[in-house]
Design a protein around this ligand. Structure first.
Ligand code: FAD
Length: 105
């Protein structure tokens, strides 16, 4: 179960926080992000940008949050499947995982 570790819902946990199910949180967040990229029209891109900026402040894992912030600073946010796939692959590679074949999306 997802639990905030700090009081007053302050998301201060790093990835090492024992109460944070980092994998479940990551899988759920990626699911949401990929579904947004798949189903939401590009006319909503400004909202998606705000959402990603917010995530870079609110994601409850400090290391992940920093990487989200770094990535969106260096890569202009776009609301499409390719952008999301590339972002997810950047995290995959950083974690030593295989890259996903974005052409299968
Ligand atoms: C924005 C963000 C940043 C993160 N940063 C970190 C971090 O810095 N350190 C850390 O330890 N963890 C981080 N995580 C968590 C990490 O990415 C994984 O979610 C977690 O390690 C569990 O990995 P998993 O192998 O179960 O699959 P996940 O990476 O969670 O992927 C879920 C499923 O998505 C599919 N998939 C994989 N790659 C792609 C792709 N490129 N495009 C489309 N579908 C794909 C696969 O079917 C996979 O099973 C982050 C998560 C998010 C959402």
């Amino acid at each position: 179960m997802f639990v905030f570790c700090a009081s007053a819902f302050e998301p201060t946990c790093d990835c090492a926080c024992e109460d944070l199910d980092r994998d479940r949180l990551g899988q759920s967040t990626w699911y949401l992000l990929h579904e947004i990229a798949k189903h939401v029209p590009t006319t909503k891109e400004s909202h998606f940008k705000n959402f990603m900026y917010s995530l870079s402040h609110l994601y409850p894992c400090e290391t992940c949050r920093k990487h989200i912030g770094d990535y969106i600073l260096e890569n202009n946010i776009e609301l499409n499947k390719q952008w999301l796939c590339d972002f997810h692959n950047d995290v995959n590679v950083r974690l030593g995982k295989a890259s996903f074949d974005c052409s299968t999306l």
